[in-house]
Design a protein around this ligand. Structure first.
Ligand code: GDP
Ligand code: MG
Length: 175
């Protein structure tokens, strides 16, 4: 386990609220459990009674707690967002613009947004060309990655990129 992944007893320097949004069944809950607990639950039901999960990261010698919300309607005060679609479901990508509007209407105006194309392990069922997503992300000034919560591909990297960028904006440092 690297120092980036370890939990810290020491004081928390920053708490960043991050929201997961996107259509139902794109893998938001699995991305969250992969990132915070390194688990993928084959028979997961909706997580009942849990509003958010946290993970503390060490960035620039500061402990930064990411408080990650997996329920719709929690955009207020969010400084980061993972806008998730499923690379095998075109409709989930077509809805991204609507989710983005929702986010920009309710979250912090400097919100850092990562467009996430999840289920990259299902390449043979791909319905969203990576170029379409890259183009959209570039046009809207979003970060972009394809991930697999199942295979743990790019999951940590996607969250780390968002949290590090929030820190960079807030501290005005070049990391
Ligand atoms: P949510 O509604 O956006 O929270 O979606 P879930 O996290 O509940 O996932 C919906 C379904 O997609 C579940 O059956 C998951 O097992 C499956 N799933 C989630 N992530 C992946 C992934 O990366 N690859 C594959 N193959 N399936 C996934
Ligand atoms: Mg869910």
């Amino acid at each position: 386990m690297s120092s980036l992944q370890r939990g810290f007893d020491q004081k928390i320097d920053y708490v960043f609220k991050v929201v997961l949004i996107g259509d139902s069944a794109v893998g938001k809950s699995q991305l969250l459990s992969r990132f915070t607990r390194n688990e993928f639950n084959i028979d997961s039901k909706a997580t009942i009674g849990v509003e958010f999960q946290t993970k503390t990261l060490l960035i620039d010698h500061k402990s930064v707690k990411a408080q990650i919300w997996d329920t719709a309607g929690q955009e207020r005060g969010a400084v980061g967002a993972m806008l998730v679609y499923d690379i095998t479901k075109r409709q989930s990508f077509d809805h991204v613009a609507k989710w983005l509007e929702e986010l920009r209407g309710h979250a912090d105006k400097n919100i850092v947004i990562m467009l996430v194309g999840n289920k990259s392990d299902l390449a043979s069922l791909r319905a969203v060309p990576i170029e379409d997503a890259k183009e959209f992300a570039q046009r809207e000034s979003l970060f972009f990655m394809e991930t697999s919560a199942l295979e743990a591909t790019n999951v940590e990297s996607a969250f780390l990129t968002v949290v590090t960028e929030i820190y960079r904006v807030i501290s005005k440092k070049n990391l």
